[in-house]
Design a protein around this ligand. Sequence first.
Ligand code: HEM
Length: 197
Amino acid sequence: MNITVQFHPIWLRINHWLNAVAFLVLMSSGWRIYDASPFLGFRIPSSLTLGGWLGGALLWHFAAMWLLAANGLAYLLSGIVSGRLRQRLLPIGVTALLSDLRAALSGQLAHERLDHYNQVQRLAYLAVILDLLVLVLSGLVLWKSVQFPLLRTLLGGYEQARRIHFLAMAGGGLFLLLHLLMTALHPRTLLAMLRGH
Ligand code: HEM
C-alpha cells in the first residue's frame, strides 16, 4: 500500500520558493546600493552583489521588492484564511521553548513529524515574518520618504530608517544561514518543501 501524506500545500511551496528568490535578489542588489554610499565604514565585495552599478542594482531591488511584498501579503492572507499560520506557528510557550532550545543546542532536537514545527522553528519563522515586515516598512520610507511622513517619523527619520533597513536585512540573512544549516541537517524537510509530501 502506498501512503502519501501532504505536508505543505502547493500555494505554500510556490510562495516559499518565490520568497527565497525575492530575498536573495533583494539582499545582493541591496549590498550594491549600500556600496554606493556605505554608512557603516565597510564595503561589500562587488563579486557578492547584483546589478553591476547603482542604477542596475536599483532596478533589481525595485523588481524584487514588489515580489516580496505581494508574496508576503499572499502568504499572510492564505495562512490566516486557511488557519495554517495559527496551527503551525502557534502557540509558543516559554517552558516548551526553553526545553526545545536546550535540546537544539545539544543537537538532540528531534524533527520526526514534518507536519509539526518545534518551538524553536515556530519562533524563528514568526521572527523572520516580523523581520520582513520591518524590512518592507523601512524600505517604503527609503523609497518614498516624502509620501510616508508618519512612517518616516515613527522610524526616527530617513537616516535612521536606512540603519533599520540594513539591520532587518542582516536579521533575514542570519535567519537564512541558520535555516540552510537546519535544512542540511534534516534533508527530508527539503524534499517535503519541494514535493509537498
Ligand atoms: C534559499 C534557500 C531556502 C531553503 C533551502 C529553504 C528550505 C525550507 C524548508 C525545507 C522548510 C520546511 C521546514 C520543515 O518542514 O521543517 C522551510 C520553511 C520555511 N522557510 Fe525556508 N528555505 C529557504 C529560504 C527561505 C527564506 C529566504 C525565507 C524567508 C526570508 C524562508 C522562510 C521560511 C518560512 C517562514 C518557513 C515556514 C513556512 C510555513 O510552513 O508556513 N525560507 N524552508
